[in-house]
Design a protein around this ligand. Structure first.
Ligand SMILES: CC(C)(COP(=O)(O)OP(=O)(O)OC[C@H]1O[C@@H](n2cnc3c(N)ncnc32)[C@H](O)[C@@H]1OP(=O)(O)O)[C@@H](O)C(=O)NCCC(=O)NCCS
Length: 169
């Protein structure tokens, strides 16, 4: 299977809303539960436009030619003291796992962050999410700390790692 990683376009909005719903149904590793996700295509379009205008933000999709299988967003800080940093989130449709999509999206995001002069990329990940954790470590992220019982998932408290990649350190 081949795929291209590219920036999200406004016209991707309907497909991206469906892809997000799919992520939330397929695993509990992302913050939304399917029933509480009410964003519309207009919300998605507005998000793509807003983040597209910010030099420290990025929305990437993995495009197989027939569908979008992955989504990575990097949301840059808005206050002066946070503009050097962006918060990452990432998902790949389960049918397309283990094909290198997330790895490639992370490589592109890291290259972009260097090119635009960001110092820091950060994210949170469930401590039990070994697929994602190993991917982030492979990409050079380090664990900074743990948020204990920060989430309640299917009736159980879950810890999250805070992770970051600091350029030039
Ligand atoms: C985590 C996720 C983004 C990875 O996407 P992907 O496209 O399958 O990732 P890649 O193919 O680039 O790399 C996956 C690699 O992780 C490693 N891996 C997979 N399962 C693993 C496990 N249980 N333990 C350790 N490493 C594991 C392997 O090296 C694997 O490659 P392989 O399956 O070819 O051997 C995807 O599984 C996903 O969307 N999960 C649900 C949402 C999520 O967890 N998002 C991250 C929230 S922080």
């Amino acid at each position: 299977m081949t795929f291209a990683v590219r920036r999200a376009l406004e016209t991707d909005a309907p497909v991206l809303i469906a892809l997000r719903r799919r992520f939330f149904e397929e695993t509990a590793f992302m913050i939304w539960e399917p029933a509480e996700f009410k964003d519309t295509e207009d919300d998605e379009r507005a998000r793509i436009i807003r983040l597209g205008r910010q030099s420290n933000s990025l929305v990437l999709v993995a495009d197989t030619g027939t569908q979008l299988a992955g989504l990575l967003s990097a949301v840059g800080g808005e206050r002066n003291q946070l503009r050097h940093s962006a918060l990452l989130s990432l998902g790949v449709a389960k049918s397309h796992w283990s094909q290198g999509i997330a790895s490639r999206m992370m490589q592109e995001a890291i290259a972009w962050s260097l090119a635009v002069g960001l110092k820091r990329l950060e994210l949170t990940v469930h401590t039990t999410n070994l697929r994602a954790l190993s991917l982030y470590i492979r990409c050079g992220f380090q664990v900074e700390g743990m948020r204990r019982s920060s989430l309640l998932v299917d009736g159980k408290y879950v810890d999250e790692y805070f992770m970051s990649l600091i350029h030039g350190r």
